[in-house]
Design a protein around this ligand. Structure first.
Ligand code: NAP
Length: 192
């Protein structure tokens, strides 16, 4: 056992930093994916959101503050600026990409490696990154918006053999909010 561990360490040291990042043995044990999607899994259109639900934005802030937030370059560019009180990690294939208040990386694996000291990093979108992150996630914090929207970006289908709903809180339409929505927490119960 000890021998194997030593060999593994020696092998790690022979890798270039790029190889070590591209193939990390390390898997983060507590990755949460947070999203808001309509009944037809719509997430966004023209690099913008489809609705404004104040309570959903507040819940997003409450859950993610103090943590690493991992996002695709397009989602980052849909924000006015890096989100405060969080480590903003942006995934892009452009090695020269830079912006104030962010850390850049070139893959989801590298992003999770950058977040390895965070006990609960969050994947915050968008569609491309959610699709790639489903196998890495342990928890889904989904806001299901109970309507159908025309969109160009969609959330992946949630497979009920892999994800089990463990909590939900429903919010009916109100005078202030014409959309009904439900906060739902899923836990991964199997791998694909
Ligand atoms: N409803 C929600 O909860 C929610 C949340 C977040 C975002 N959104 C919406 O989602 C939309 C944006 O999503 P999107 O799917 O178009 O884009 P995205 O996932 O935010 O970003 C895509 C970009 O990420 C980079 N990327 C993706 N895979 C990569 C990989 N394997 N390696 C390296 N870089 C990679 C590429 O950047 P480069 O092109 O720079 O290489 C790619 O263009 C917007 O409409 C936004 O408003 C909705």
């Amino acid at each position: 056992m000890e021998h194997h561990r030593l060999n593994k360490t020696l092998l790690e040291e022979e890798k270039t930093p790029q190889e070590a990042v591209a193939n990390p043995d390390y898997e983060h044990p507590n990755v949460t994916l947070i999203a808001a999607a309509s009944e037809n899994d719509a997430l966004g259109k023209d690099n913008d959101l489809l609705w404004h639900i104040r309570e959903d934005l507040q819940r997003f802030k409450d859950l993610t503050c103090g943590h690493a937030i991992i996002m695709g370059r397009k989602t980052f560019e849909s924000l006015p600026k890096a989100l405060p009180n969080r480590t903003n990690i942006v995934i892009t294939r452009n090695n020269d990409y830079q912006a104030t208040g962010i850390v850049c990386c070139s893959s989801l694996e590298e992003a999770l490696d950058l977040a390895k000291d965070d006990p609960q990093p969050f994947i915050i979108g968008g569609g491309q990154i959610y699709q790639q992150a489903m196998p890495f996630a342990h928890t889904l914090e989904l806001t299901r918006v109970h309507d159908h929207f025309e969109a160009d970006t969609f959330f992946p289908t949630i497979d009920p053999t892999i994800w089990q709903e463990v909590w939900r809180e429903t919010h009916p339409k109100s005078d202030n909010q014409p959309l009904a929505y439900t906060f739902i927490t899923y836990k991964k119960i199997a791998t694909s």
